[in-house]
Design a protein around this ligand. Structure first.
Ligand code: URA
Length: 218
């Protein structure tokens, strides 16, 4: 597996166990969903390491003390790329309840493999952009074109690149290179870097079409 700068591969045994299940073509949609969610949770824990912490005075039943917690004054955005990216949302709002979910809709033109926008729930303005933290989620980083479109959207609002992360489950080297050729400093968090893309733009070995496998539309 190629090593890339700024790509964090999370491959603990819980991730690997579930990656094996979600890739297997004999796993049904419910099995794929369960395995995928478990992986997304591990990836989100890793991503959250960039969130600013503050001290908050609280009282336990025993004493008052200053506890470290996530700064409530940041604007934390989870941006799932429709439709497969949706699988991250339940886990994300479960573990990061202050997050806002900003859906992004792009479909892949099967001829050009370029993204075509059809939905964008991102606000026009981002006042105090340095207080925005954005996790763009898509289980498959294939060509990287949809992720690039999403990154560009947030970068154009002045949000620092260090505050934006791409969270995927399986990444293709071609997609990573594409993103890094435009944004070398962006961090990508993934569970695996696979071998390559095939001539149809699918990741090899990958898991097939993630949206179809998750939403049972094969
Ligand atoms: N999107 C998918 O769902 N799977 C791939 O292999 C590539 C893109």
């Amino acid at each position: 597996m190629t090593n890339f700068c700024n790509v964090r591969v999370i491959s603990n045994p819980v991730v690997l166990l579930n990656l094996c299940k979600m890739r297997d073509k004999n796993t049904d949609a419910q099995g794929v969903r369960i395995a995928t969610r478990k992986i997304t949770r591990c990836l989100l824990y890793e991503a959250s390491k960039n969130l600013p912490l503050v001290e908050k005075e609280i009282s336990t039943p025993i004493a008052t003390f200053k506890a470290k917690t996530v700064d409530e004054n940041i604007n934390l955005i989870i941006s799932p790329i429709l439709r497969a990216g949706l699988i991250f949302t339940d886990e994300a709002i479960d573990i990061l309840p202050q997050a806002t979910i900003r859906h992004l809709g792009m479909y892949r033109d099967e001829k050009t493999l370029k993204p075509v926008w059809y939905y964008n729930k991102v606000p026009l303005e981002a006042p105090e952009p340095e207080k925005f933290y954005v996790y763009i989620t898509d289980p498959m980083l294939a060509t990287g074109n949809s992720l690039l479109g999403a990154i560009e959207l947030y970068v154009n609002k002045g949000i620092p690149i260090k505050n934006i992360k791409c969270i995927c489950i399986i990444a293709a080297p071609e997609g990573i290179k594409n993103i890094q050729s435009h944004y070398p400093d962006i961090e990508i968090i993934t569970a695996a870097i696979d071998e390559k893309l095939n001539d149809k733009g699918y990741i090899v070995p990958g898991m097939g079409d993630a949206g179809d496998r998750i939403f049972n539309t094969l």
